[in-house]
Design a protein around this ligand. Structure first.
Ligand code: PLP
Length: 399
């Protein structure tokens, strides 16, 4: 099935045959309508099989003579795929467990001194805000927050307006997890100039839309468990210039000779930033997942499919949402134009709607009491959105 699908390649909107092939390759979507890749992407069967084999080998052969070679092979394979995801080289990839870890590594990897300023936005995830708060509390950094704009160029302008001679970095999401809006990273670079580091939370970006190191960012995080379809505990921090950052945690290979850790030179590659990724299982999982995503689905096609489906989903859901709100319908009942579609629901009902949808076999998530988030991947179709609409229409809040 996967071979056929690879040959087929998806057109801008996935055909019924593509969708049927994907359904058999992605077990997560077989028994439910899955609209939640923004939380956890559906893992391909090939990745699950490879991880099971790696776990079985780890369990039965606890101390193989080639333990380090096996680990190195798994790391090299994972770095190579993560690098090509963003047009970087493997030497620019530090394997990480999460975006939280990637952003934290950037923060501690800089020489932040009291009064240094970091610009961010009002739509950031704790994965950005917790590391920034620690810099504020421990290093005396000042945080300047810009309101996210609908127009990406206006967002880039608003960020540039906040730059002062104390600005050391801009830290922002590529795609907002709460509005689905997409930042224009090249425009941000163009507006802020070359002296400010641009650090990107790519948790909702990588795997869902094209990303390239040529956009001008200095650092970009990948959360392996979301749009890249890998397991929890996989991901990366990808840096344009590895030597721009200090190592922050002591992993075996932060120096280039683990037998001489006190005196050996530090790595000049991004391995200087790796804490210690020593579990083969998630590494094997993310490598196979990325082969499936890039080879079989194709990121440009996944992106254009989600843009098409988003437009269709708006048409399908909007009348229902308006009916649910009645006279109190807000102006912006939906936001996001690509793989994340956020819908405003009646205040207080979002968690119950999410539970009700789950009981109808439809996985979405709520962001707060008033908003649900629908993730649209290459494997989703209008039929999925119609099922969600049916779940919304059968929802009766107990008020
Ligand atoms: C925009 C954004 N940033 C960061 C995170 C956290 O990712 P991780 O668990 O990989 O640190 C998420 C996860 O939901 C997210 O949506």
């Amino acid at each position: 099935v996967i071979g056929n699908l690879a040959r087929m390649q998806l057109s801008s909107a996935s055909s019924p045959a593509d969708l049927a092939a994907m359904t058999s390759a992605l077990p997560t979507i077989q028994d439910r309508v899955y609209l939640n890749a923004g939380t956890f992407g559906p893992m391909p069967q090939v990745a699950i099989d490879a991880m099971e084999a790696a776990a079985a080998r780890e369990a039965s052969d606890r101390y193989p003579h080639d333990m380090w070679e096996r680990l190195d092979d798994a790391q090299v394979a994972a770095r190579k795929r993560l690098a090509s995801l963003v047009g970087a080289s493997p030497e620019q990839v530090a394997l990480m467990h999460t975006t939280h870890a990637g952003i934290s590594t950037c923060m501690w990897g800089m020489d932040i001194t009291p009064g240094d300023e970091i610009i961010t936005t009002n739509e950031e995830h704790p994965g950005v805000l917790v590391p920034l708060r620690i810099m504020r509390d421990r290093r005396g950094a000042r945080i300047r927050t810009v309101q996210w704009k609908s127009d990406p160029i206006l967002l880039a302008d608003a960020i540039a307006e906040q730059v002062t001679d104390r600005t050391v970095a801009v830290v922002l999401s590529h795609v907002s997890w709460v509005s689905g809006k997409v930042a224009d990273l090249a425009a941000v670079r163009q507006r802020v100039g070359d002296n400010v580091l641009i650090i990107v939370d790519g948790a909702q970006g990588a795997g869902a839309l094209p990303v390239d190191i040529g956009m001008g960012w200095d650092a970009y995080t990948v959360s392996g468990q979301k749009w890249t379809l890998g397991p929890s505990g996989s991901g990366a921090l990808i840096v344009a210039d590895p030597e721009r950052w200090h190592p922050v945690m002591g992993g075996y290979f932060v120096t280039n000779d683990p037998h001489n850790p006190l005196d050996a030179p530090l790595q000049v590659t991004a391995r200087r930033l790796e804490f210690s990724q020593e579990s083969v299982v998630p590494l094997v999982g993310i490598a196979h997942a990325l082969d499936f995503l890039t080879g079989t689905i194709g990121i440009a096609r996944a992106h254009s499919h989600s843009v098409h489906l988003n437009a269709a989903a708006r048409g399908i859901l909007e009348p229902t949402l308006r009916r649910m709100h009645g006279a109190s319908t807000p102006n912006n009942v939906m936001s996001g134009t690509a793989h994340l579609l956020i819908c405003a629901v009646l205040p207080g009902t979002a968690p119950a709607i999410t539970d009700h949808a789950a009981s109808c076999g439809v996985s979405i998530r709520y962001l707060d009491d008033t908003h649900i988030r629908i993730s649209l991947g290459a494997w989703n179709s209008e039929a999925d959105v119609l099922e969600l609409r049916a779940a919304l229409e059968s929802f009766a809040p107990c008020t």
